[in-house]
Design a protein around this ligand. Structure first.
Ligand code: DP6
Length: 361
């Protein structure tokens, strides 16, 4: 395995942004392989804001696989972590670091142990897709460490087994998670619809309504939905297939009014399906509803949509403004109506573009 004293350590660090779905994934047809009941589409955020940074290391002196999240050790025993580790180890290749005199044969990876340290620069499990960035980063950094030959789409099928939405974070820009047809999940993977430069005037503003951990995890929430909601079948079979085609067109044509209407309606339907679950799941709160009303009122007054909103499994609002000028106006409105840390129950804002206020004119 190399390294005279066997005291060597090999490390890789990667950073992966989170993604926000504009056509939601909600419901699985296979819980173990994490196969969804519909296609979904997301936008990957600017990596400087909501991202996970993960360092993976390997050394013959490690006696077990261990992982730390935000400095605290967490268990790696969960089936999902183990599935990802198993899939990656099975594809590991020979690795050589001549400078350090390290040579790892592909069969060595079965015996070597890993240490993994991961940091989120945003609240974990607060409905800001932390698992998406986390699992995508874990898979990507391990794939680099172990010199995998697979491309990002093939890696996305591994990340999917860690957390469904994670598969979409392997690409920037606009990404589609194709649900696939195969029972073994081989065709359930992410594809890039358009890269990050394609529609770069969009600005994302996230209103952190609550940084608390959500009460109902996405995993158990969607399980309950599939078991009890009649509406979810209509959504998955009738609504989403048409909507994904329309959304793909809107993205290709940079057609903001269609994009905004589709994204808002899809978010609303996802939350309607949560309400149709029994017992019902409430992810949004009063502040979320007031933000929706504020955006809807403004869009109506303008005649054509200026801003899209979407909410994941939590009360935080993700708003997508059509350009910087609109984003600046939106921010003004939000700060006026929902000043952070006041009785509006709103913590802070995260803006997905560093230069928004400078360019606002
Ligand atoms: C509402 O990917 O967190 O954010 O696959 O069980 O880990 P698991 O669920 P997860 O669900 C995300 C749901 C969502 C919508 C979306 O991102 O598409």
């Amino acid at each position: 395995m190399g390294g005279e004293s066997e005291k060597w350590i090999l490390m890789v660090t990667a950073r992966t942004p989170t993604n926000i779905a504009v056509i939601k994934y909600w419901g699985k047809r296979d819980e173990t392989l994490i196969l969804p009941i519909n296609d979904s589409i997301s936008v990957t955020l600017d990596p400087s804001h909501l991202c996970t940074t993960t360092t993976v290391s390997v050394s013959p002196s490690f006696d077990q696989d261990r992982m730390w999240l935000n400095g605290k050790e967490i268990s790696l025993q969960g089936g999902r972590f183990q599935s990802c580790l198993r899939e990656i180890r099975a594809r590991a290749q020979d690795v050589e670091d001549k400078k350090k005199g390290i040579q790892i044969k592909k069969e060595d990876w079965q015996k070597l142990h890993l240490h993994i340290a991961s940091y989120n620069n945003f609240p974990t499990a607060a409905g800001l897709a932390s698992s998406a960035a986390g699992l995508a980063c874990l898979v990507f950094s391990l794939a680099k460490l172990m010199n995998l030959k697979e491309d990002n789409s093939q890696l996305s099928a591994i990340a999917r087994q860690g957390s469904g939405s994670a598969c979409r974070s392997l690409y920037g820009g606009f990404v589609k998670w194709v649900m696939g047809k195969e029972d073994n999940g081989s065709d359930s993977l992410a594809v890039q619809l358009a890269d990050e430069k394609h529609w770069d005037e969009l600005v994302i503003i996230i209103a952190v309504v609550s940084a608390q951990q959500k009460e109902t995890s996405s995993t158990s929430g969607m399980r309950d939905t599939v078991e009890t909601s009649a509406l979810i079948q209509h959504r998955a079979k009738e609504v989403v297939p048409k909507r994904t085609v329309q959304m793909e067109d809107a993205i290709q044509n940079r057609d903001f009014p269609s994009f905004a209407r589709l994204a808002c309606r899809d978010s609303n339907q996802f939350h309607a399906v949560c309400l149709d679950t029994y017992p019902p799941i409430f992810y949004m709160n009063d502040t979320s509803h007031r933000i929706i009303s504020c955006v809807e009122k403004w869009n109506r007054a303008e005649g054509i949509p200026q801003v899209a909103y979407t909410f994941d499994a939590g009360p935080n609002a993700v708003m997508i403004a059509r350009n910087r000028k609109t984003a600046a106006l939106l921010l003004q409105r939000l700060l006026y109506n929902f000043p952070p840390q006041s009785d509006t129950d709103l913590d802070s804002y995260i803006i997905g573009d560093k230069s928004i206020l400078i360019d606002a004119g």
